[in-house]
Design a protein around this ligand. Structure first.
Ligand SMILES: [Ca+2]
Length: 304
């Protein structure tokens, strides 16, 4: 048996234009009677392959309402009667219209393929989709009424924050602050809920976290200090490396093999989200190369 998560939905029928001639509603009801089931199925988004029996048994959420994706989204949609199209709708906006169907074992089947990035699903956020199935003109009496069924689905990106409570350190910990405050899960970024370095001129102040394993890093959120001084967190490097940073100056780290350097020239927000990174890494470091800016002040860093 193929172990895919399959959602069977039988919804009340909505008839376009039924307010005009109630008579046709009954005809259309009759035409779809016994053929009004919709199916939505997909492989396990965490593994990309079919669910194992154990994985299916361990699902804790309600799969009729939502599923978690961190990358590709490949859904199979099926209906029991011939379809004209399926509209993919988010917030009343049609984002795609599917017109290609294949007939498989008496079902009319289509696929919806996307990614969380393409849909713009923020990490930790939910993205509601309505699939609006429009049946082909059911074709009696020359009247062109199409029956419509809708299926609601919620895509959630529930990627864990890889930096949370992992070992972190900084070039200095001044004014009673600690490096660990910048990855303790608390995004309140008023002093003293920050890390605050104070280094001599000539030292490129930094903070870094060790994710303890190499991950594909997709997004980094940086929360600037909020009660004052936010203008200081600008012109900073975000370095990513699979290997530890062996040097402490920006120039030396840039010369280290395998280091990715993302340079930010605008003042950090609360948060600033660096998205679509897709770099393998274990160590993430935020660092100034301005000898003027000795005070690196950060409330929180999240890595996904
Ligand atoms: Ca914090």
């Amino acid at each position: 048996m193929k172990n895919i998560l399959s959602i069977l939905v039988v919804l009340s029928l909505v008839i376009m234009g039924c307010e005009k001639e109630l008579d046709y509603q009954f005809k259309i009801d009759d035409r779809l009677k016994g053929k009004d089931q919709l199916f939505l199925s997909h492989a396990n988004p965490r593994t990309g392959v079919d669910y194992t029996v154990e994985e299916l048994a361990a699902l804790e959420y309600d799969p009729k309402k939502e599923d978690f994706f961190t990358g590709p989204i490949n859904l199979t949609l099926s209906a029991e009667a011939k379809l004209l199209n399926i509209q993919v709708i988010n917030n009343n906006e049609v984002i795609e219209t599917i017109n290609d169907f294949t007939e498989v074992n008496g079902l009319y089947e289509a696929t919806f393929n996307s990614t969380v990035n393409d849909l713009g699903v923020g990490i930790g956020e939910s993205f509601p989709i309505t699939f609006k199935f429009t049946y082909d003109n059911l074709g009696e009496d020359g009247f062109n009424y199409n029956a419509v069924l809708s299926l609601d689905f919620l895509i959630r990106d529930d990627s864990p924050n890889l930096a949370l409570n992992k070992p972190s350190r900084a070039s200095s910990e001044a004014y009673g602050t600690f490096a660990a405050t910048a990855n303790d899960g608390n995004t309140n970024s008023n002093y003293p809920n920050i890390v605050h370095t104070a280094d001599p001129i000539g030292v490129d102040s930094w903070w870094e976290v060790d994710l303890e394993n190499v991950h594909n890093i997709r997004q980094i959120n940086i929360y600037n200090r909020t009660d004052c001084c936010s203008e200081l967190l600008t012109d900073y490097h975000v370095f990513i490396s699979e290997e530890p940073f062996t040097e402490n100056s920006v120039a030396a780290i840039q010369a280290q093999p395998g280091v990715t350097d993302i340079f930010q020239t605008s003042i950090a927000g609360h948060p600033t989200k660096l998205t679509d990174i897709n770099v393998m890494g274990r160590f993430v470091r935020i660092q100034f190369d301005s000898t003027d800016a000795q005070f690196l002040e950060i409330g929180e860093v999240e890595v996904y």
